[in-house]
Design a protein around this ligand. Structure first.
Ligand code: NDP
Length: 275
């Protein structure tokens, strides 16, 4: 059911995590949203320096009473720190803000043009320090990955990219599969910018299983071996998004969801981002 995925360095990651971008306006709201997700059973939390919520995210994890080694924590390196030559400093700041002794996964948030190989060298040195259990990429297209890997001695464990039925990223997924790099989907539900969850086909498939369109979409990710990190600030939707391990889609249903693909990117294009 893909409740857990084994990464290429042997460590395990829950196949479903909680996204935290804009999960709360205040630290208190962020804290409450993370605590409720952990109470529901989420054991994988995705944050980033950019989200400015590492402090309440870390506090919620620490105060949950759940052993540290049972929660998979990801944060990300922002491009301005790459440009400022502050990669190790940014990592240490994130760790301090989270109040954790180690991270599970540290990602290069977006490719910084001209700095791909040098950035990865420093990511490798952070990995060798033992303060993160894995390192990976985010928003890297195939050409960014090829460039990054030219001098790499450690393979990225994941590439976290925008991925949902309107942007299925088949070519990138195939490439990552060949390299044994797991794919993580951001905006797995299409965020709130597109009407994906109104699609009749999702409602139709969901009716058969007593599931919502969001649950069908999350199951579609899991069937493809993609790690999904839906965000919800609300306990009821957090619970809904977590209840996707008690049904499976048939091959035909997967094809029907695949047919929604339309290059429907909602976020920045990785070649156009500026810091
Ligand atoms: P999602 O696809 O997770 O969608 C979130 C939106 O869907 C929110 O408006 C949420 O509202 C709503 N929602 C959640 N669950 C349901 C449901 N069951 N039914 C209906 N609506 C629902 O988009 P995100 O952009 O937040 O992406 C998820 C995570 O990915 C981020 O939080 C972040 O951690 C990561 N990310 C990474 C990026 C990167 O560059 N690496 C870029 C963007 C995101 P509500 O909260 O009110 O429930």
């Amino acid at each position: 059911m893909n409740a857990r995925v084994v990464l290429n360095n042997g460590i395990e990651i829950p196949g479903l995590g909680l996204g935290t971008y804009k999960i709360g306006y205040s630290d208190e709201e962020v804290y409450r949203a993370i605590r409720s997700a952990l109470d529901i059973g989420y054991r994988h939390i995705d944050t980033a320096t950019l989200y400015r919520n590492e402090r309440p995210v870390g506090k919620a994890i620490r105060e949950s009473g759940i052993p540290r080694d049972e929660v998979f924590v990801t944060t990300k390196l922002w491009g301005s720190d790459v440009l400022a030559g502050n990669i190790e400093g940014a990592f240490e700041t994130s760790l301090r803000n989270l109040g954790l002794d180690y991270l599970d996964l540290y990602l290069v948030h977006w490719p910084v043009k001209g700095r791909l190989r040098a950035t990865w060298k420093q990511m490798e040195s952070i990995y060798h320090s033992g303060k993160t259990r894995a390192i990976g990429l985010s928003n890297h297209h195939i050409h960014h990955m090829e460039e990054t890997l030219r001098e790499a001695t450690i393979m990225p464990v994941v590439n976290q990219v925008e991925l949902h039925p309107y942007l299925a990223q088949e070519e990138l997924r195939d490439y990552c599969n060949r390299k044994n790099i797991a794919v993580q989907a951001w905006s797995p539900l299409g965020s709130n910018k597109i009407p994906l969850l109104n699609e009749e086909v999702l409602k139709d498939i969901g009716e058969k299983y007593g599931k919502s369109p969001a649950q069908v979409v999350l199951r579609w990710h899991l069937e493809k071996g993609v790690i999904a990190i839906p965000k919800s600030s609300h306990p009821d939707r957090q619970l809904e998004n977590f209840q996707v391990f008690d049904f499976r889609l048939t091959e035909e249903e997967i094809y029907r969801v695949d047919a929604l693909d339309r290059e429907g990117r909602t976020g920045m294009h990785p070649d156009e981002i500026e810091f």
